[in-house]
Design a binder for this molecule. Sequence first.
Ligand code: HXC
Ligand code: NAP
Length: 284
Amino acid sequence: MEPFRPDLLAGKTTLITGGGTGLGRSMALRLAGLGARVAVVGRRPEPLQEVADRVRAAGGRAAATPCDVRDPEAVEAALSRVEDELGPLNQLVNNAAGNFLCASEDLSPNAFDSVVRIVLYGSVYCTLALGRRLIQRKQKGEILSIATTYAETGSAFVLPSATAKAGVLAMTRSLAVEWAAYGIRLNAVAPGPFPTEGAFSRLMTGELEEQARRRIPSRRFGEHEELTNLVAFLMSDASPYLTGDLVTIDGAEALFSGQEFAGLAHLDRTHAKGLMAALKPKKR
Ligand code: HXC
Ligand code: NAP
């Protein structure tokens, strides 16, 4: 069942970084399906073009332009090209990312930089580029960053990503306050595992994937539509008072991981109740 009005995002023109693949692609298609004009940027032109072609084939408006978000001049140029094609942008999704598993003592300086420059610097460059334009035009807008649940806790073996995502969260919370006066909302979402080629090929071996599934109380990964529905709501005028927040969408994986007795939830409930009953003192 479609939960939203078909024109929920009419009047929104949204730049999605990393919009050619994975979750960025799913968000681009969903937001366009709800009436937004969408622009997708990334380094490789082919996936971007495929997304734009799909949006146009469905009757929407889309632009695709290659851009490396690590380069602030390239970001400015991409925004200008997109605005020439689609009109003024009023939304941004900071979704582009890099990540890999590596013991931190084995990271080269370039390995650390390669992730931090995409995730943290790229998000800052895109956010400041759009923010300046919105402020100068006295236009309100929405900026959403795709974080991770470990942005708040840190995580072993993904040090560059963890530090960069924490920085993106700090940016979100700082600017939500600083730019509220301009009518610019900033939020972040923290997805648990959502299968994509980009993430799962780099982060999930079969064994790790099974471990991850066991941390999720419902024992299933997220579906893209579940994330894109949340994103549509956050980017819409249905959430005008929601800013500066980190919204977690992980099937309670992060809570499960931190709860001492959460493992009981994975046992057959009758068995779990039996174990607990056995611990209950007998009435005298
Ligand atoms: C150790 C590594 C490495 C690895 C690369 N490097 N991969 N070091 N382990 N697995 C090192 C290289 O040796 C090099 O250092 C430096 O990193 C740069 O590598 P390049 O390949 O030249 O970088 P570049 O072409 O810029 O590619 C960036 C990248 C790549 C991050 C390394 O993986 C990429 O393009 N990723 C984009 C897509 C992506 O990662 N998607 C997943 C997001 S998922 P030296 O010193 O040798 O020069 C995500 C989900 C999190 O974030 C939560 C899940 C639940
Ligand atoms: P993905 O498909 O690999 O997405 C990453 C995108 O970033 C790619 O389209 C990539 O395109 C783009 N990109 C990388 N470097 C770039 C650069 N320098 N400039 C511009 N674009 C660049 O992986 P995903 O799983 O969909 O991840 C999307 C977002 O969700 C990321 O922020 C990730 O951290 C977050 N996330 C994912 C999961 C998950 O389980 N999937 C969980 C939590 C958070 P090019 O290579 O063509 O540039």
